[in-house]
Design a protein. Structure first.
Length: 340
């Protein structure tokens, strides 16, 4: 079992690099001036769109064995699991609030953001994972083939409604609304529970690899078409579209089917502190992007190289900072801020 846990840390390490790369790629979708950089940014961003789905599937996988034989079991589970993610979120949200107020933002506005999981864009994930914790006893009933198919249908239907609201109706949906609800990503959490319960993926590797390649190319094509039709690059590269969801599902199935398919001590270490990197990477990204814009303005013109460099820099800075702080704090203190 230790090898399997180590492998999942490798997957978490891969996923957290993807999360950082996705947020760094925002610069690439804002400045779509060089054709080569446009294409590379689209291919790069669509490749990493599996990152949030992978985190959700891993969570579902490890919660699949959780049993609730009596009412107290459920309350005990929530009392242990929710604070692990909510207390670190509160701490870093308060840091974001202080920084925003220091730059003249209204306190009331920042408090509202804190209460609605919007102090930092990626914090919608905390609201999302807490919903899955609350719904776990119900979602465990979907850990069968029919339940999995139903959850896939629900998530794909959700992507259609989000598409219609954002593109056809022109409604500017907040991230917390379209990405922070359990319905949108349901298929990935349920898939994790399904595999954790059955350990059964009967689809061959050949079919999975073909699906990965096919749906990935389809997601890139869908992105190009959305940009052409609606001229909204940042929305077009999102992971929340049918082709990206199916690409992510195929890739996750392949990674779960082929346990320990690859090893990396670096990814394993990053996976062990992935929650901490998630919590602070936007703060680090904001600082380092401003510094790079001043020190190396020419690099921004070479947009894709800039994205790769900034992604690497943010991940390494977060990892170094978390490692250093963990040496200074007790385990309990590190746990409270999400670094353990």
């Amino acid at each position: 079992m230790s090898e399997r846990i180590g492998y999942f840390d490798v997957l978490r390490g891969l996923a957290i690099i993807g999360v950082v790369a996705i947020h760094v790629s925002g610069s690439g979708t804002q400045v779509m001036h060089a054709a080569s950089d446009v294409y590379l940014t689209i291919f790069w961003r669509n490749f990493w769109n599996f990152s949030v789905p992978l985190f959700l599937s891993i969570s579902g996988y490890f919660l699949a064995k959780k049993t609730f034989t009596k009412h107290g079991d459920y309350l005990n589970f929530l009392s242990k699991q929710v604070p692990k993610v909510y207390l670190p979120f509160l701490f870093w949200s308060f840091i974001c609030l202080l920084l925003a107020v220091a730059t003249k933002s209204a306190v009331s506005s920042e408090l509202f953001k804190l209460l609605t999981f919007q102090s930092s864009g990626p914090y919608y994930f905390i609201a999302l994972i807490i919903q899955y914790y609350l719904l776990l006893p119900i979602l465990k009933h979907l850990a069968n083939l029919k339940g999995l198919i139903a959850s896939v249908a629900v998530s794909l239907t959700a992507t259609y409604f989000i598409f219609h609201l954002r593109y056809i109706s022109g409604i500017d949906l907040p991230l917390i609304i379209y990405a922070g609800n359990f319905v949108t990503w349901l298929m990935f959490f349920v898939f994790g529970i399904y595999i954790g319960s059955t350990n059964r993926i009967t689809v061959s590797n050949t079919v999975l690899l073909s699906a990965i390649a096919g749906f990935y190319l389809l997601s890139c094509l869908e992105t190009f078409l959305l940009i052409e039709w609606f001229n909204q690059p940042q929305a077009a590269v999102t992971a929340i579209k049918p082709s990206s969801f199916l690409y992510s599902l195929a890739l996750i199935a392949y990674l779960f089917k082929n346990m320990n398919i690859f090893h990396s001590e670096l990814l394993k270490r990053l996976g062990g502190i992935s929650f901490g990197i998630y919590l602070i990477h936007m703060l680090v990204l904001n600082i380092e992007s401003r510094i790079l814009h001043k020190l190396l303005p020419a690099w921004v013109e070479g947009l894709f190289l800039y994205q790769v460099m900034l992604t690497s820099l943010v991940v390494l800075t977060c990892a170094f900072g978390i490692t250093l702080i963990n040496k200074l704090l007790s385990d309990r203190q590190s746990l409270l801020i999400g670094f353990k």
